[in-house]
Design a protein around this ligand. Structure first.
Ligand code: B12
Ligand code: SF4
Length: 457
């Protein structure tokens, strides 16, 4: 496959709001590394890369407001809302490169033999459609394959509306080889062992020009099956890496790219902590890497012990977030039993002993679940604040195929079954109609009461 070029494209985000919490196209970069190892020439274009405009011929560097820990604002511009969102009284934006910058990048890139387009949130599909349109205009006739979470969770919608030639649900490393064989007429071997994540090459970070932070995965999937979560639909079981190989990877990026910030993208970073997180953290401390770690996804409170809390602190975990979701014992049990209130209490005490302050210990509380009353959300906020941690409201995004989906369909204020735009968490699609906007705002304000060092977003 030496003479074939494949372009991997990470599309724009179209949304009411978006913030770059270490957002990188890890799935596409993983596929790029596998394709490169099997002999293809690959190029990556990330519409969300804040530094990509520097490479636009004759282009001006984009406006970038980056924070010291490697996250920051995306450049953005207001765009018309899609028809379905017209009644929503919020501004709608395209986050990432301007279309003009993308057009220039496409015009000067090598014309590929194939384009692979990724996708993340289901309700970000208009950015996918627009990006595919630009690819079609720049490279007429080049085949376009679409994969990623939107393609996996809403395959029929993606087939009808994305404009891609082929929509491929599931993990690309398993699904792509037969498609590539049919397309190029030769066998493609990604040369990895399905169960062993350590047999994968490192994601092709070097194909992104400049990085403030690198995403890291120590595992894929999760052994739990919470009713609101898509992890079980997106992954083939729970696959784990050797913790020492993870530290090798962190050290590799820190040495070769000079990156000081790492964001764990795991669904279940702390699960089986004795065999995984604890040895990984001990090794990070032993090697004295001196880098910062962030966890934009919720960690498992149940795993926190006195020793693990101290290891997290000593190893440089700064932004720690945990999934608690609800203070209601019946909700905890009905949604999958991943944590109890007693486990929250104990974990927060251990984290405080380890040195974390109130603003450091972020506890996610799901809000807008089907049928959920305001007082359940309020009780969660008060409990978390009372324990000396920081409550963070996570608005529920209904996801097709999850156990809670049918209930979500019954409670939704919009036609979520037909239109993925309505899965958008910021629309709170399943919020009870008797919770008014001002009451919800009061709940949000309640999370901030008395908190020191509050983040600006
Ligand atoms: C990291 C992450 C984030 C990061 C950002 C990630 C990013 N790069 O954009 C942050 C923290 C910002 C985030 C935020 C949120 N997230 Co999130 N997030 C994830 C998470 C855990 C991992 C994604 C990832 O990189 N996985 C690892 C890589 C290797 O996998 P991958 O990208 O899927 O790629 C593989 C395949 O998809 C495929 N593939 C990918 N591209 C292509 C292309 C082709 C052509 C092919 C063939 C295959 C293919 O092959 C790849 C390799 O196997 C996923 C869960 C998950 N396990 O996917 C949730 C997930 C996507 N998030 C979700 C949710 C609900 C949210 C929030 C709404 C949470 C909240 N209530 O606040 C917010 C929304 C933010 C917003 N502004 O709207 C939901 C999806 C919701 C939806 N309706 O689509 C998910 C699925 C979580 C879940 N378990 O339910 N998230
Ligand atoms: S524990 Fe977290 S990742 Fe696992 S199924 Fe539940 S919400 Fe999803």
């Amino acid at each position: 496959m030496k003479n074939k070029t494949i372009t991997l494209l990470n599309p724009w985000i179209h949304d009411f709001s978006a913030y770059d919490f270490w957002v990188r196209p890890l799935g596409l970069l993983t596929l790029a590394a596998l394709l490169r190892r099997s002999g293809f020439k690959v190029q990556v274009i990330d519409c969300l890369d804040p530094y990509l405009t520097d490479r636009v011929p004759g282009g001006q560097p984009g406006t970038r407001k980056r924070q010291e820990w490697g996250c920051g604002k995306f450049p953005s511009e207001e765009i018309p809302k899609p028809e379905a969102l017209r009644p929503i009284r919020k501004r709608y934006r395209r986050y990432g490169l301007t279309p003009n910058a993308l057009q220039q990048i496409l015009a000067t890139a090598d014309r590929p033999d194939l384009v692979l387009v990724g996708s993340m949130m289901t309700y970000w599909y208009p950015g996918v459609v627009e990006a595919i349109g630009e690819v079609r205009a720049a490279w007429p006739g080049a085949p376009v394959l679409l994969g990623g979470n939107y393609a996996t969770l809403c395959p029929e919608h993606a087939r009808a509306f994305s404009g891609a030639d082929v929509v491929i649900p599931g993990d690309g490393e398993f699904e792509l080889p037969p498609v590539l064989r049919d397309l190029f007429g030769a066998r493609v071997d990604f040369d990895f062992t399905a169960i062993a994540l350590d047999s994968y090459p490192y994601p092709a970070m070097d194909l992104i020009g400049r990085l403030d932070a690198v995403p890291i995965l120590t595992s894929r999937g999760c052994p739990y099956r919470c009713s609101y979560c898509a992890s079980g639909l997106l992954n083939r079981g729970f696959r784990m890496r050797d913790p020492l190989r993870v530290v090798d990877e962190i050290e590799h990026w820190s040495r070769t790219l000079g990156v000081r910030n790492f964001a764990f993208y795991d669904d279940a970073l702390l699960v089986n902590s004795t065999d995984r997180a604890a040895p990984m953290l001990e090794e990070i401390i032993r090697r004295g890497l001196g880098v910062n770690f962030h966890c934009p996804n919720g960690l498992h409170l149940r795993e926190i012990t006195h020793g693990l809390a101290k290891l997290l602190f000593d190893a440089g975990f700064r932004t720690i977030r945990f999934g608690f979701e609800s203070a209601s014992a019946s909700r905890q049990a009905a949604t999958g039993g991943k944590v109890t209130t007693e486990e929250l209490r104990q974990a927060v005490a251990y984290l405080q002993e380890a040195g974390y302050g109130q603003a450091d210990i972020g506890i996610y509380l799901l809000c807008g679940l089907p049928g959920q009353e305001a007082r359940e959300i309020e009780a969660g906020i008060d409990l978390v604040r009372g324990l000396g941690a920081k409550p963070i409201l996570a608005e529920y995004s209904p996801i097709p195929g999850t156990p809670l989906w049918d209930e979500a369909l019954r409670h939704a204020r919009y036609d979520i079954g037909k239109e993925p735009l309505f899965h958008n968490n910021s629309l709170l699609p399943c919020l009870r109609p008797d919770i008014s906007t001002s009451e919800f705002q009061a709940l949000k304000n309640r999370t901030r009461l008395g908190l020191q060092g509050e983040e600006a977003h």
